[in-house]
Write a protein that binds this ligand. Sequence first.
Ligand code: XIL
Length: 456
Amino acid sequence: MRRAQWKAASRAAIALTGVGALAAGMAMLLAAPAAAGTTLGASAAEQGRYFGAAVAANKLSDSAYTTILNREFNSVTPENEMKIDATEPQQGQFSFGAADQIVNHARSRGMSVRGHTLAWHSQQPGWMQNMSGTALRQAMLNHVTQVATHFRGQVVAWDVVNEAFADGGTGARRDSNLQRTGNDWIEAAFRAARAADPGAKLCYNDYNTDDWTHAKTQAVYTMVRDFKQRGVPIDCVGLQSHFNSGSPYPSNYRTTLSSFAALGVDVQITELDIEGASAATYRSVVQDCLAVARCNGITVWGIRDSDSWRASQTPLLFTSGGAKKPAYDAVLAALNNGSTPPPTTPPPTTPPPTTPPPGPGGCTATVSVNQWTGGFVATVRVTAGSSALNGWSVTITLPTGATVTNAWNVNRSGDTGTTRWTNVAYNGGVGAGQSTEFGFQANGTSTGLNPTCTTG
Ligand code: XIL
């Protein structure tokens, strides 16, 4: 459903651009680079991704606000309206009016909805704050079930659990009434969410999990890896990515995104805002997401600076007056990937390569492995030779005892011994010299994986 929506948006964007280019004349058409969208949502869709905003129900009557929302974004996250205090203000009495308003606004305009959030230590209603033990566990699970059931089929991804890890260097869970019901409260929430809405992607969402070296990032990574190994239903990790002077954009952000993705989950940037809205930093965030196949969307936490929970930091893409900021232009250009001006000095001429590239039709495959005791995730990179590929096939012989349990971006035949991996519909076409990646998870050890690639 979501992919179809992206594809439709992407087709529409290409069609529109085609009309515009024709109107501008053939000379322009010949000189122009690849089609480029003119809004955040359309440009993201061309990259197979969404671009979203946090939305407040009480602003939907502000036409300056909805004009930007409807023009630029193709995903929406209710900023507060799906939180526990909003949806279950009295125990057992559910209230969905404001959230439904946002969901209806979004879906009637073809935007997808991220649900935020089912279980959290913060913004709990008074009755829940006062609960503990088994009664709280039951109340939490009932809440997850009722809310996920209400929005079943309308929400593409849920932040099932939000902010469950402590800050600082310990990597420990955050103390909260929910945590005190037992360490398994997170997986219990995920299982209840899956049962209530089997079609939604289920995410774990947190902040200060952007720097790969931080203990909190590693602790979340270890939990997600454990969930994948034990079959706890988790599909995605959300990085809030509220960047400011105390918590700046880290240079290893791309490593964090790709490391989570290598566990076999989608990665989403869920609450992006950047103090001062540096265009360069916004550009880097977008480029990092585009570089990771499973980073499938970005949400900014508000539309105009005046809509931000941290308005004094002016951290968003639009001024309070609704004008596009330099950061907006940087994000759009990064999404359009290559529409940035070419360098003014020509690149130095390089000597011919000493080893010729593979002949027409050739491809190569390389593998990188993340091994832990008892299992591993392998990321396989398929690179086209001097001709574009229209389909590829990789053979990998697994060592004795290794069994594939899960794979993504690929079709497979065989789980043990000699395994054969072929492209799926969307990654069979690889340009000359370009690459695509797929991955799989397996039990056992990864010694001696030696992928070979053939075309077709
Ligand atoms: C914030 C909202 O933006 C504010 O309006 C509200 O007062 C507090 O919550 N992490 C989250 C979001 O997961 O839900 C928070 O949203 C910002 C931090």
